[in-house]
Design a protein around this ligand. Sequence first.
Ligand SMILES: [Fe+2]
Ligand SMILES: [Fe+2]
Length: 162
Amino acid sequence: MKLKEHEEREFSELLEKYTEHPKVQRMKGFSQHGRISTFEHCHRVARWCYGVSKRLHMKVDMTALLSGAMLHDMFLYDWHTIGRMNRYHATNHAELACRNAARYCNIDEHAQHVIRSHMWPVNITKLPKTREAVLVCIGDKWCSLVETIACRRGMAKRRKKR
Ligand SMILES: [Fe+2]
Ligand SMILES: [Fe+2]
């Protein structure tokens, strides 16, 4: 998502509070899709949501949108390794991420709803009920698709070089 210069500045300023947080920084140590970290994935989703809200001139609660997007996968473990936590990763991680985000970053009820509902329709009962929650839910799926394709291409390229 291409941002204008002033949008780029505003986006970084609004997100700084979360991206600089030591617990959020820990997300850099966990892989989301291949070589893409959970931090990078969440940052991409936040950027996509911010960009779409600007392009469509949407009236949004920017704090809930950006904190929800940046912290939506703050589960803080490696979901690729086999273990008790990871067996139900797809259905459980949104709640866990929400608890971590509330505990460490003191987010409000709206941002908590954004995080809890981002895995809809996998979590069928957690329907996104606000435009911010819908944006993050769609942005997460779109960015995950882009990242998965990029990872596959990277893997194919590396295989060719061998
Ligand atoms: Fe997620
Ligand atoms: Fe995600």
